[in-house]
Design a binder for this molecule. Sequence first.
Ligand code: FE2
Ligand code: FE2
Length: 209
Amino acid sequence: MENEEIPDQLQQVIRVAQGFYSRKDRAHDFEHALRVREWGKKLALEEGADVTVIELAALLHDIGRSGTVEKTHAESSASLAVNILHKTGYAEDIILRVKEAIVSHSREAGHEPNTLEAKILYDADKLDFVGAIGLGRLFTLAGVEGWPLVGENSCETFYQEKICGYQKHLFTKAAMVYFKPMFLYMEGFWQELNAERLKISLSGQASSV
Ligand SMILES: [Fe+2]
Ligand SMILES: [Fe+2]
């Protein structure tokens, strides 16, 4: 990665993006954007999509987050991205395609990913919420949001309501293949966690007899 020749325009975008992400929660930091970029490039190559559009969209897709879970961050990230890409001199058609991808990477604001690049950004973002990295991000987010491990409005409900839902809503075949084993790893984690909780509650009952 370090030895790759990075064009000046892209370097400028990376620098600006880094500044935005330094103010975000750790589940949505610059490292998240970099991992989404790598997933995005991998999916773009496998699905035959435009790598430049995916790369720019991935780097900028969460810059508009306020630091908490909210519904319109995709729209604010898209407008900020348009300004940054204009200032760095990208062509209008690239800017429009990046905007389209960013605006629909989260379906909470009601935008569906329609272009191949938008579908790939959506899938790449979800691939960063499964597996060991996904668990790490979930607990990091829980620290910001104040979620308990289990119970109402918890890490477990976020997993069940959001992350479990992603597997039914991925758009590309390539992402489905990568998603499956990482999702099974997460499933195993929750099974183990619930087995441990059961063990504690059973031993508690035994000692109180
Ligand atoms: Fe996002
Ligand atoms: Fe994201």
